[in-house]
Write a protein that binds this ligand. Structure first.
Ligand code: BEZ
Length: 208
């Protein structure tokens, strides 16, 4: 199944390393970084789990809950977490979904049959508190994700919601932002009293 940006994400009930969750209840009033990885006790995945655990404070500051998934069991996850903590110098506290029967992986399109019939690819889903899918990315099994980009895109989505702006290529927090074409100049005067730079009528930049 492909879940598209803007759609309400499907719900599921599943066992995790922190107990059973109902996904929609888990989302609650938070954003969620839901990500899959191919297997426990594999090297790239170990570094990604460690990085996610190390970024616990950065996720919490943004009101984002991480949720991992692989098609392994809770027992396997728990044994592996001890290794992640040990090798990556961290304490992994976020839940990891146990999905040995592929129920959630198939529901979220994490199984790419041409790669593997049983192991998930590296899917990234950013989901907002309204339970809407806001971003999807898919990495292959042999490339670890860029967590700077994951934080950057969360910042861009949240700022966009708060200030009715879009962000340009390679935007970083603090950089100029873009006034979307859907906002005409009359409306922009109210929303952006600080003014803007009109490079073209369709390309207006401002600071927020
Ligand atoms: C890894 O996490 O290291 C990995 C997993 C599956 C295929 C290739 C690499």
């Amino acid at each position: 199944m492909t879940i598209r940006i803007g759609e309400t994400v499907p719900n599921f009930t599943v066992e995790t390393t922190n107990g059973e969750i109902d996904f929609h209840e888990f989302i609650g009033d938070s954003w969620v970084f839901f990500f899959s990885h191919p297997a426990d006790f594999t090297p790239v995945c170990t570094t990604e789990m460690g990085r996610t655990a190390q970024l616990a404070e950065a996720f919490a500051e943004r009101n984002v809950k991480p949720l991992g998934l692989s098609t392994d069991t809770v027992d396997e996850h728990k044994k592996w977490i001890a290794d992640v903590d040990d090798t990556q110098n961290t304490t992994l506290k976020f839940p990891i979904v146990a999905d040995p029967d592929l129920k959630v992986a198939k529901l979220y399109g994490m199984i790419h049959e041409a790669e593997s019939a049983t192991a998930a690819v590296r899917s990234v889903f950013i989901i907002d508190p309204n339970k809407k899918m806001r971003l999807t990315m898919t990495y292959p099994m042999n490339v670890g994700r860029n967590f700077d980009e994951i934080m950057r895109v969360i910042d861009a989505l949240q700022l966009g919601d708060e200030k009715s702006i879009a962000t340009p290529a390679d935007w970083r927090p603090g950089d100029e932002v873009i006034i979307p074409p859907s906002i005409d100049n009359a409306a922009a005067k109210d929303l952006f009293p600080q003014g803007w730079n009109e490079i073209r009528p369709y390309l207006r930049t401002t600071k927020v």
